[in-house]
Design a protein around this ligand. Structure first.
Ligand code: FAD
Length: 442
């Protein structure tokens, strides 16, 4: 083997990067994990899926997650904005065993646990360090990267060069260095959307088993999430289209407050809510890259693609793609070769097949007729347990979930012409109330 500084360079220490680095380090590969921020750092994406628990167990970090005191999540409640329809999805009622529960996490803490776990497993970790440039070796045997120190240290701005045989790009939605694979995108299946969010105190929560659940409130042209992240704070976000935001010509915090005012359910849940920081805005986050692997570089997590936060699939997909990428790297490294065309295409296909299940569920959520089917208290043909398991993250469909999912999609399509369940009046909004949300915090 040629002399490279590292076997694997992992770019970014979100869930994808830390998971991948833990796996390659545990397999004995010299792994460098580079993160541009200093941890702990704020991140959105606080609701986990039960299907991701197994991935966290596999890398040995699960006991630390369980010991961290995160809020237990047993399911999710879906509400229509005017409070006229509700649906409670309890993961324990799913058809797939072992997906009963997971956690809501403050990402600053969760990501730090994963990063420290990667370090303890043997990865070398450099934070406050940005990968600025990535150049493939002429011989195609690896990459040379330029790393730049950032932050308050005396080394701010200093650069170093390193080489690695493999690169796992887990840099999320950032585009700090040009990478060939990142140029070509799949056509987007969804309109451009924007999320406006904050953490709040004094948000109403259900009692008992459902206290830690995600609450979703569906509006005419968007929705809200409410995710409890500790005893006091709840993450609350509005998702709407970029077009609707442009039409309203309001500052993000004012648009958020206005949307709360239009919904009886939100006015009830957020009656005493106090924001604890400035509002965050993230827009245009829907994309998927066409190819996700080249002979010695793989895209994982959000660096590969992301559709929509509605079913909380982001962290699960990040950890899942990290597993597939790390497994490929470990095997090819042991055999002293690059990835074959077949391996690269299978990797891309595997990620997109998984993401495709969420994509169809997301499309059903945004379509009013399909949403009526989803919200139906007793969906026809005994579909509910299968859909519950998919909402819990079971996106690698087995026969029992596959047929239920496809019949659900068929019923959704039929609902347009031949309604099988009563249609909800999603578009009715109540514009006459004052918002309980005051945009600015003292
Ligand atoms: C509004 C919204 C709500 C969401 N809610 C949920 C949810 O409830 N549940 C869920 O599972 N998912 C949710 N997601 C998705 C979730 O945030 C992401 O899918 C998840 O964080 C992806 O993890 P990652 O490791 O791929 O990337 P990230 O978590 O984004 O981590 C990437 C890391 O790479 C670092 N980095 C970037 N560039 C460089 C560089 N050049 N050099 C070094 N480091 C670099 C960044 O600093 C960052 O720490 C949501 C997303 C949005 C937009």
């Amino acid at each position: 083997m040629s002399a490279h500084d590292y076997d694997v360079l992992v770019i970014g220490a979100g869930p994808a990067g830390s998971s991948a680095a833990t796996r390659t380090a545990a397999a004995g590969l010299r792994t460098l994990l580079v993160e541009k921020e200093t941890f702990p750092r704020f991140r959105i994406g606080e609701s986990l899926l039960p299907a991701g628990n197994a991935l966290l167990r596999e890398i040995g970090v699960w006991p630390k997650i369980e010991a961290a005191g995160f809020i237990r999540k047993h399911g999710a409640s879906f509400h229509l904005a005017d409070g006229s329809a509700d649906k409670y999805v309890d993961f324990a009622n799913g058809i797939v065993p072992g997906l009963d529960q997971t956690f809501q996490v403050e990402r600053a803490t969760f990501d730090t646990i994963l990063l420290e776990h990667a370090r303890e497993t043997g990865a070398e970790v450099r934070t406050a360090t940005t990968v600025r440039q990535l150049i493939a070796d002429a011989a195609g045997e690896g990459y040379r990267a330029t790393l730049e120190c950032s932050g308050a240290s005396a080394r701010d701005g200093a650069t170093t060069k390193i080489s690695a045989r493999w690169v796992i790009d887990a840099s999320g939605r950032d585009q700090l260095f040009p990478a060939e694979l990142k140029r070509a995108l799949d056509p987007s299946p969804f309109p451009k959307r924007v999320a406006i969010y904050n953490h709040f105190t004094h948000v109403a929560r259900p009692d008992g088993r459902a206290a830690g659940n995600t609450v979703i409130v569906r509006l005419a042209d968007g929705w809200f999430w409410l995710i409890p992240i500790d005893a006091q704070r709840t993450s609350v976000g509005l998702v709407t289209t970029v077009e609707a935001m442009r039409d309203r010509r309001l500052a993000p915090a004012d648009l958020f407050a206005e949307a709360v005012a239009t919904s009886a359910k939100l006015r009830e849940l957020l009656a005493g809510a106090q924001p604890v920081m400035a509002f965050h805005v993230t827009s245009d986050y829907t994309y998927f890259r066409r190819e996700l692997a080249s002979p010695r570089l793989l895209l994982t997590g959000d660096a590969a693609g992301f559709f929509d936060p509605i079913f909380s699939s982001g962290v699960y997909m990040a950890c899942h793609s990290a597993k597939l990428a790390a497994d490929l790297v470990i095997r090819a490294h042991r055999e002293d070769r690059a990835l074959t065309d077949r391996e690269r295409h299978r990797y891309t296909r595997a990620i997109k097949t998984h993401a495709g299940v969420f994509q169809k569920l997301i499309a059903a959520f945004y379509d009013n007729d399909s949403f009526s089917v989803f919200m139906c208290p007793r969906p026809p043909l005994g579909l509910a347990p299968g859909i519950t398991s998919i909402v819990a993250g079971h996106s690698r469909l087995t026969w029992s979930t596959w047929w239920r999912f496809h019949v659900f999609l068929l019923v959704c399509r039929l609902q347009h012409r031949l309604p099988m369940v009563p249609n909800l009046r999603v578009a009715q909004m109540d514009q006459t109330h004052q918002s309980p949300i005051r945009p600015l915090v003292a």
